[in-house]
Design a protein around this ligand. Structure first.
Ligand SMILES: [Fe+2]
Ligand SMILES: [Fe+2]
Length: 137
């Protein structure tokens, strides 16, 4: 059984900042939006505010990946490709989540929470691992 916490993801000031202020700021905002989504699903389900929040998370994510693009230039070709591919797969997963939210009216609250939890896990682990590659030397 999934644990039902008030916050799905927490910003960790110790190991999450990578030292690029605009990226750190966006990472915090992304985690905030995930927590808002989680709170909306917990509050009631179905909840009409969930789809617009998920769409806003997707748009924030697209802008964020564009912000990261110039910083990827400092990496070797293979690392750049893998990082971009990781972003691309994540956007596809996010889009699939939104399509399910929009079309599957009978989706259970547990299923929505689990799908959001797996997206949230991707964010945290990407920030804690891959995005460290962007850290200034
Ligand atoms: Fe990032
Ligand atoms: Fe990234």
């Amino acid at each position: 059984m999934m644990e039902d916490r008030a916050h799905l993801v927490l910003w960790c000031e110790v190991n999450m900042p990578i030292g690029i202020p605009e990226i750190d700021h966006q990472h915090r905002q992304l985690l905030d939006t995930i927590n808002l989504l989680h709170a909306a699903i917990r509050e009631k389900w179905p909840n009409p505010s969930v789809l617009p929040l998920a769409t806003s998370l997707l748009e924030q994510t697209q802008r964020h990946f564009l912000t990261e693009t110039p910083y990827l230039q400092n990496l070797c070709d293979q690392q750049q490709r893998l990082h971009q591919l990781n972003h691309k797969h994540f956007l596809q997963a996010m889009q699939a989540f939104i399509e399910r939210l929009a079309s599957d009216v009978g989706m259970s609250s547990l299923s929505v929470k689990e799908q959001l939890a797996s997206l949230a896990e991707w964010y945290s682990s990407h920030i804690l691992s891959s995005d460290r590659e962007l850290q200034p030397a």
